[in-house]
Design a protein around this ligand. Structure first.
Ligand code: ASP
Length: 439
C-alpha cells in the first residue's frame, strides 16, 4: 500500500501545525510520499509566505532594498524550526535566495521557495528523503507542463525512495528555470505524484473536513459530502466550490486513484472521498449545489432563425473573435441566448455587438446583466423522477424568477439562471427541499 499525502498551507503554518502533520504521517506507515505547501496564515490577518515571497521579489526586481522583507520570511521558517527543536540551518539557502533575487531569477522562482524551504524542514522533521520538485516535475521550455516526461522521471526517482518529501507547486523547464503551477497548485503536484507511484489513495489534508453540500457562507452548517465522483466534483468546482484545485483531478482520474479530502485539525473525520464511480448512493438526491454570480446574457432575435443553417456558428464566431468563451446557449425558435462572464464581456461589449450584427444579421439584440448561475449536481438525479419539478416549485415558493434552465444530457446536473439578487434565496430554497426536507 502506498499513500500520497498533500498538506495545505494552513496545515503547515506553524510548528504546532507541523506536529499535527507529523503525528498523522507517523500514525500510518503507508503514508510514504509527502507533498507540502508553503506556510499559510496562522491567524486571520496573517500573511501567506507565498504572498510575502511575491512581494519581496517585486521589491528586488524594482531595484529596491528587499532585505527586510526577506528577513520576515526567514523568521517564519525559523519559528517553525525552533518550535520543532530541529538543529537545521537555512543560512546557505537564504544566501542563495538573496543572490538569485538580486540576479532577478523570476517571480516563479521566488514563489517556489515557499514550498522548497517548507519541504526541507518537513523532510528533516520526518527523517524522510528530500526530492526537489525541480528535478522531477518537468515543464517544456514554453512553460507547458509535460505530463509524460514527469511521470517517467518521477516514477523512476521515487522507486528508489521509500519515504520522501516532494515540494508542491513548482517544477522546472529543461533549461533549469523554475516554473510554478497556478495558485493553489500544490494540489496538482500531489495528484501527479500519486499517479507516478500508482498510489492507492491521494490524501489531501486541509482545514475543513471535506466538501459540503452547499457554501457555508450561504447555508448555515451545511451537511458534508461523504462520496462524490470526479465528474460531479468537476461540475461543482467549476461553479466555484473551493477546497481543491480544479486541475488536480486529472492525473489521478486517469488512473482511478481516489482522493480523500481530510482535516488536519480533526484527523478522525472521514472527510470526503472523490472516486471514479461508485454504487454508493448519496444521502440525498443531489450531491451538491454551487453557483457563481456575475454573468450576462445576450439575447439575439431573428425571424426564421430556426431555418437558417449556420446561424449558431455565426453567433458564436462573434464571441470567439473577441476571445470570449461562452457558458451556456439556450435557444428558442427565433431566439438564441448566450451566457458569458460579465467581467470578460463588459469591456468588449460593443465590439461583440458589432460583430454579431455583421455576421449574423439579427433583428435585435438585448443584453441583460447581473445574473447568477446555479448548478444542482447529483449522480442520483438520473434515477429519480421529478427532480427538476421539485427545484422549480421550491424556487417559485420563494418567489425566485428562473431566467434560464439547462440540463446536460448526462443528467448529472441542472443549471439554473437567476438574478444576482435572488442567488442566495435560490440556493437556500434548493438546499431546504432536498436536504432539510429530504422528501
Ligand atoms: N503556496 C502556493 C499558493 O499559495 C501553492 C499552494 O499552496 O498550493 O498558491
Amino acid at each position: 500500500m502506498s499513500k500520497v499525502v498533500k498538506f495545505g498551507g494552513s496545515s503547515l503554518a506553524s510548528a504546532e501545525q507541523f506536529r499535527k502533520v507529523g503525528d498523522i504521517i507517523r500514525s500510518d506507515g503507508d503514508r510514504r510520499y509527502v507533498v507540502p505547501s508553503a506556510p499559510g496564515k496562522r491567524f486571520d490577518k496573517d500573511s501567506k509566505v507565498t504572498d510575502m515571497l511575491y512581494a519581496c521579489y517585486d521589491t528586488a526586481e524594482a531595484g529596491r532594498d528587499f532585505r527586510e522583507e526577506l528577513s520576515a520570511i526567514r523568521a517564519r521558517y525559523q519559528e517553525i524550526i525552533d518550535g520543532l527543536g530541529l538543529s537545521l540551518s537555512l543560512d546557505g539557502e537564504f544566501e542563495t535566495i538573496e543572490k538569485n533575487f538580486k540576479a532577478k531569477a523570476g517571480r516563479d522562482y521566488a514563489a517556489s521557495r515557499g514550498e522548497y524551504l517548507n519541504s526541507i524542514i518537513m523532510a528533516a522533521y520526518l527523517e524522510f528523503e528530500f526530492v526537489d520538485a525541480a528535478e522531477v516535475i518537468r515543464f517544456d521550455e514554453d512553460g507547458v507542463f509535460n505530463a509524460e516526461k514527469t511521470n517517467g522521471t518521477l516514477a523512476e526517482r521515487l522507486a528508489v525512495s521509500k519515504y520522501a518529501v516532494i515540494p508542491g507547486f513548482y517544477g522546472a523547464k529543461p533549461s533549469g528555470e523554475i516554473k510554478t503551477f497556478s495558485r493553489g497548485g500544490s494540489d496538482i503536484t500531489g495528484s501527479i505524484v500519486a499517479k507516478a507511484v500508482q498510489a492507492d489513495v491521494y490524501e489531501n489534508w486541509t482545514d475543513v473536513s471535506g466538501f459540503l453540500v452547499a457554501d457555508p457562507r450561504i447555508i448555515e452548517n451545511p451537511k458534508g459530502i461523504d462520496v462524490i465522483t470526479y465528474r460531479e466534483l468537476r461540475e461543482l468546482s467549476y461553479m466555484g466550490a473551493g477546497v481543491l484545485h480544479e486541475e488536480s483531478i486529472f492525473p489521478v482520474r486517469q488512473e482511478n486513484i481516489p482522493i480523500n479530502i481530510r482535516n488536519t485539525n480533526s484527523p478522525d473525520d472521514n472527510g470526503t472521498w472523490i472516486v471514479g464511480s461508485t454504487c454508493q448512493k448519496s444521502k440525498y438526491v443531489i450531491t451538491g449545489i454551487a453557483g457563481k454570480k456575475g454573468f450576462c446574457c445576450i439575447n439575439i432575435e431573428k425571424d426564421k432563425m430556426n431555418s437558417e443553417v449556420g446561424f449558431g456558428r455565426k453567433v458564436l464566431q462573434a464571441f470567439e473573435e473577441s476571445d470570449i468563451s461562452f457558458e451556456h446557449v439556450p435557444s428558442g425558435i427565433d431566439t438564441m441566448t448566450v451566457f458569458v462572464h460579465q467581467d470578460e464581456f463588459m469591456h468588449k461589449e460593443q465590439k461583440v455587438v458589432a460583430s454579431l450584427y455583421r455576421l449574423a444579421k439579427p433583428d435585435s439584440i438585448e443584453i441583460e446583466s447581473d445574473l447568477a448561475l446555479i448548478a444542482v449536481v447529483g449522480r442520483g438525479m438520473k434515477a429519480t423522477r421529478g427532480t427538476a419539478g421539485r427545484i422549480f416549485s421550491a424556487l417559485s415558493h420563494v418567489n425566485v424568477n428562473v431566467k434560464m434552465i439547462d440540463q446536460g444530457s448526462s443528467e448529472l446536473n441542472i443549471i439554473i439562471g437567476v438574478t444576482n439578487d435572488d442567488f442566495e434565496a435560490a440556493i437556500k430554497a434548493i438546499y431546504d427541499i432536498f436536504v432539510l426536507t429530504n422528501l
